[in-house]
Write a new protein. Structure first.
Ligand code: ADP
Ligand code: MG
Length: 331
């Protein structure tokens, strides 16, 4: 049979195209979620080897679960539960000490608006119970005795309580810290593009399909609407809002971000979004700025050069820090 030149050429081109396609890195994506730390945690990782990605994601989840076991107030064996039960304090794990150190720093810089010692107040409000109610003023004031950043002292891994009744609550920072550690584990496994979202505490690693990640920030009063879109790479994006956990009584909203001065939910904001280098810091700052309110909140943010923020105030007005514009894009 005579060789058909166009056919051979065609086959050759097809073969070359196939080889080229095989040699091109095929961006695979692994997306998994797990319920932990009281929320759904989602990991999305990209790379060329699906089984390596899967292994990395499994290890990241395991690391976050380990931190939850150390830092949760709901687990009897955690450092935090042991600390709350102890009379004067105890020695904690390195990770716990690291979270407390950062929390105490934000507490000082926010003049006590961020407060790791609100455990008893949080228990009293019982927002997670079936029928939460506004506690009595007397009960609220009683939980506020002997609170504040000075009531908790850290030196090395040793934590001291100023009084035995003091209950530590890392709810405003621990999730962020766990996400940071999850990202670190993904990196250790060679992952260069990933996102972790723990109920609004996010980190965006590298780029998605060779472009920075685009994140829609939820509108605090329209559940399915995006308020603004930000574009980031290697950054934490954290939002704290009064719409996440709340109940209503006599037409008034009571949410989970407490002003340590009054013992009531803070009144100045509807939501605060922080972009920063670590999720732990962004998490703590989002809570701190929320409690401080727009003006004092923005003032405090100036002290953190790597952090920018956007605030929806209680009246719906928008505020943003000077460097925020660098992140916001048209959707
Ligand atoms: P979430 O993403 O779980 O809503 P946030 O970062 O918004 O978390 O923080 C809310 C949690 O922070 C509360 O459930 C409580 O545990 C804790 N918290 C509430 N008020 C304060 C405060 N003033 N300072 C520090 N932590 C707080
Ligand atoms: Mg927070």
């Amino acid at each position: 049979m005579p060789w058909n030149r166009p056919l051979i050429l065609g086959l050759l081109i097809a073969l070359l195209a196939l080889t080229w396609w095989r040699l091109q890195p095929q961006a695979d994506e692994v997306r998994r979620s797990q319920f932990m730390m009281g929320t759904v945690v989602e990991i999305l990782a990209q790379g060329e080897d699906p089984s390596a990605l899967d292994e990395a994601v499994t290890a990241a989840f395991a690391e976050m679960a380990r931190l939850d076991r150390l830092l949760s107030s709901h687990r009897q064996e955690s450092d935090i539960s042991r600390l709350s039960l102890s009379e004067t304090g105890l020695t904690v794990a390195t990770e716990t000490a690291e979270v407390i150190a950062l929390g105490l720093q934000v507490a000082r810089r926010s003049a006590g608006a961020f407060d790791l010692t609100l455990g008893r107040l949080k228990t009293l409000w019982a927002l997670d119970s079936d029928s939460p109610q506004v506690p009595s003023l007397a009960a609220i004031t009683a939980t506020l005795d002997d609170l504040g950043p000075e009531a908790l002292m850290l030196s090395g891994r040793m934590v001291r309580k100023a009084n035995p009744a003091l209950q530590v609550d890392l709810g405003g920072i621990a999730k962020g810290y766990a996400v940071d550690r999850g990202i670190a584990v993904l990196k250790e496994h060679g992952v260069t593009a990933a996102a972790i979202n723990a109920g609004g505490d996010m980190y965006l690693l590298g780029q998605r399909l060779e472009r920075p990640w685009r994140i829609g920030i939820q509108h605090p009063r329209q559940p399915n609407a995006v308020l603004v879109t930000v574009q980031v790479s290697d950054r934490a994006v954290v939002t704290s809002g009064d719409y996440e956990r709340f109940f209503e009584q006599n037409g008034k909203r009571y949410h989970h971000l407490f002003d340590p001065k009054s013992g009531f939910p803070a009144q100045g904001c509807r939501s605060v979004t922080i972009v920063a280098e670590s999720v732990a810091l962004a998490d703590a700052l989002a809570t701190a700025v929320f409690v401080l309110g727009p003006l004092s909140g923005l003032e405090m943010l100036k002290g953190y050069s790597g952090a920018e923020g956007m605030i929806v105030a209680a009246d719906g007005r928008l505020y943003a820090s000077d460097g925020w514009a660098a992140y916001q894009v048209e959707p």
